[in-house]
Write a protein that binds this ligand. Structure first.
Ligand SMILES: [Zn+2]
Length: 256
């Protein structure tokens, strides 16, 4: 069995002391492939090392909406150059975060600029959407995102929103959030998401799934979210692992 963690940050400082152990522990839980997201200079450097070291680690880079003010012409050019390197398969995470204290108009401008960048490079996008469903949807719709596709990272909406994003040609990636007993609407969406558009992720070191909630998250824990989803959807774990693995490869255009 092979599981693909479609969104993780093992390049971040939280894993500085045990990165190799974290990858080994993930492999022991059958989490053999990962999309690692870089969001600043140090995390991009670590990502570069991981891409060279592990055949089944792939990369994405983007300016997180919280950092929209840092998206200068210089950074845009640097990102464009880095995204053309081998094993860089997506632009992200990009999007809107209305929970944070960054001007909404600025976030929207930077989001649109990075979608344009992804489309110039023919790359899919990994989308961060927090408390910004309507604007996020409108921007993705206007940009005809379906051409190169994308992933709603840690999708946390209800089935109505799920259908709207699916209609745009987006994939829905579920994180540990779906395992929380308070997340009934997300569970409903996850139960109804068509199998070929369902992905799984950790967003490690954040969003730890049950039964490890409270502990630092790591890619291996994708396994527990996958087990929860298989139970929710009434299918076998190995079947869902295979389906989500193939889905992730398809959207990221990975041919191993
Ligand atoms: Zn993330």
């Amino acid at each position: 069995m092979e599981i693909f963690d479609s969104h993780t940050h093992i390049n971040s400082a939280e894993f500085a002391n045990d990165r190799a152990d974290v990858v080994a522990r993930a492999q022991a839980l059958d989490v053999t492939a990962m999309l690692v997201i870089g969001y600043d200079e140090p995390s991009a450097l670590e990502l570069e090392k991981l891409l060279q070291q592990y055949p089944q680690i792939y990369g994405a880079l983007g300016c997180h909406p919280e950092d929209s003010a840092k998206y200068t012409a210089v950074l845009a050019k640097q990102l464009e150059e880095q995204l053309q390197r081998p094993k860089m398969v997506a632009v992200g995470e990009i999007g809107l975060d209305y929970h944070c204290d960054v001007d909404h108009e600025l976030q929207k401008t930077v989001f649109k600029q990075q979608i344009a960048l992804a489309q110039r490079l023919h790359l899919p996008v990994s989308i961060h959407n927090r408390d910004a469903f309507t604007d996020c949807y409108e921007i993705l719709k206007d940009s005809e995102i379906g051409r190169y596709g994308g992933i709603m990272h840690s999708f946390n909406g209800d089935w109505e929103w799920a259908q709207k994003f699916l209609d745009l040609g987006m994939e829905l990636s579920y994180s540990g959030v779906v395992t929380f007993s308070s997340a009934k609407e997300v569970q409903d969406a996850a139960a109804k998401t068509p199998a070929e558009h369902l992905l799984v992720e950790t967003d490690a070191p954040y969003l730890t799934p049950l039964p490890y909630r409270g502990q630092q998250n790591e890619p291996g824990f994708t396994r527990y979210t996958l087990e929860f989803l298989a139970d929710l959807r009434g299918c076998s774990v190995s079947e869902l692992a295979e389906q989500t693995y193939q889905n992730t490869k398809r959207i990221l255009k990975i041919n191993e």
